[in-house]
Write a protein that binds this ligand. Structure first.
Ligand code: GDP
Ligand code: IMO
Ligand code: MG
Length: 432
């Protein structure tokens, strides 16, 4: 019985939502372990499009349980709005969703604090999603945050909310902002009542489920290069998107995890600021952006596009211990005559194959490319490895060789069935 983690191997938007939705029919529970409504996971089921932000993609499978783990930060307004949208689409959210009582709550003042930080001339603007994610995690780590268990206890909530609001008021004043957002104590008490029936101790729930023979898929948000420890700090999100976060963010011990699977595009994208060595600065960037519809599903921002980056993938494979790699959006490269792959960096006159820790060093690193021939044949929708053009198979083979990780699955379109699982791969075994 395997429990697996599926997470982003790059800077997010790798197609995790599609893959988790596809795999979730083989699991009983899908659990999110970090992030918040900064995530946007797009899933197509036939012509129907769903964009999931806080709720794990497993919710789209009738009868499956979706769990929001303790490592997630929850904006109650965003959560209830997402629940409503899914209910309108006929999904039985109330019976399929469990929310951790230990998850932290995002308040409107978190967004204000984020705006102050992003707009401040003395601080580095990260290009965040403006959802209050960072300041909420700051309060969590600062041991003054408010958790779902507190939110649903009116007395505890009032006692914790007022000092936290006062704290934010002083920050706002220090930055010359006289009026803080509205006091939401009463309105959030109402929201708490609507959330209460879904609140559980999800660490017990998940561990009990494993004991009774159930299988769990842990769904990452963002990507390893946005991880607070392992990413391109400070241009990262504020949570542990890498595999380790799946344990701290759910209460499942590392011994309960049987496999770790990375999701990567056949190229790479990034939203927001920060170093990006293999970024494309010529019209081919636009070609990929349009062919791949690379516009943020949460903020609508155009995503920066680049060529597949081998050192980056080797690094994320190392810190996550990937068993297998899923390569998505292969079809987006169909029209290209040549496909460069970044195989190393040049820094201070030396060739390096490791990711430098300092973001300024990564920004200065010059990418070294090997150029492969494109296949210039349609791969869109192909579901068997043997049906891929030979040059596309060669491309995948080279990624496999250079990263040292098997390619266990290839995605050739946004829909569930536009996917192939490589026969005999470790991934196939993990999914059995
Ligand atoms: P996530 O955040 O990792 O779940 O990824 P997003 O949903 O933000 O972005 C991935 C986008 O690519 C979505 O619009 C998907 O519908 C789409 N997508 C996923 N896999 C494929 C694929 O193999 N081919 C194409 N053309 N689109 C894909
Ligand atoms: P999914 O799960 C891509 C980026 C933001 C910004 C940085 C910090 O859909 O892959 P934050 O609001 O989290 O404090 O912003 O992280 N970012 C993402 N980029 N996909 C995401 O999620 C992202 N979530 C956050 O653009 O650069
Ligand atoms: Mg996304």
């Amino acid at each position: 019985m395997s429990n697996i983690i599926v997470l982003g191997a790059q800077w997010g938007d790798e197609g995790k939502g599609k893959i988790v939705d596809l795999f979730s029919d083989r699991f009983d529970i899908v659990a999110r372990y970090q992030g918040g409504h900064n995530a946007g996971h797009t899933v197509f089921i036939g012509q129907q499009k769903y964009v999931l932000k806080l709720i794990p993609s497993g919710i789209l499978r009738p009868g499956k349980l979706a769990v929001i783990g303790n490592g997630v930060v929850i904006d109650p307004v965003a959560l209830l709005s997402e629940i409503e949208t899914l209910e309108h689409a006929g999904i039985d959210v109330r019976n399929q969703l469990a929310i951790s009582n230990r998850a932290h709550v995002i308040f409107p003042f978190h967004r204000l604090v984020e705006k102050i930080s992003e707009d401040s001339p003395d601080r580095v603007a990260i290009g965040t999603t403006s959802r209050g994610i960072g300041p909420c995690y700051e309060d969590k780590i600062g041991r003054r945050g408010i958790r779902i268990a507190d939110l649903i206890d009116p007395a505890a909530f009032a006692a914790l909310y007022q000092p936290l609001r006062k704290d934010k008021q002083s920050i706002a004043k220090a930055f010359g902002i006289q009026t803080l957002d509205d006091d939401v104590l009463d309105s959030y008490r109402e929201l708490a009542e609507r959330i209460r029936p879904m609140v559980r101790d999800t660490a017990y729930l998940l561990n009990d489920a494993i004991r009774s023979g159930k299988r769990i898929l842990l769904e990452g948000a963002q990507g390893t290069m946005l991880d607070i420890d392992h990413g391109t700090y400070p241009f990262v999100t504020s949570s542990s998107a890498a595999a380790g976060g799946a344990c701290t963010g759910t209460g499942l011990a590392p011994t309960r995890i049987n496999g770790i699977v990375g999701v990567s595009k056949a190229y790479i994208t990034r939203v927001g600021a920060g170093p990006f060595p293999s970024e494309i600065h010529d019209p081919r960037g636009d070609t990929i952006r349009h062919a791949g519809n690379e516009f943020g599903s949460v903020t609508g921002r155009p995503r920066r596009c680049g060529w597949f980056d081998v050192p980056l993938l080797r690094y994320t494979a190392t810190v996550n211990g990937f068993d297998s790699l899923i390569v998505t959006k292969l079809d987006v490269l169909d029209a290209l005559a040549e496909i460069p792959v970044c195989v190393g960096y040049e820094l201070d006159g030396k060739t390096i194959s490791e990711m430098p820790a300092r973001q300024d060093a990564l920004a200065e690193a010059k990418p070294l490319f090997e150029t492969l021939p494109g296949w210039q044949t349609k791969t869109f929708g192909i579901t068997r490895l043997e049906d891929l053009p030979q040059r596309a198979r060669d491309y995948l083979h080279i990624l496999e060789q250079k990263t040292g990780i098997e390619v266990g699955c290839v995605s050739t379109g946004p829909e569930r069935n536009q996917t192939l699982i490589v026969p005999g791969s470790r991934l196939q075994k993990l999914l059995c």
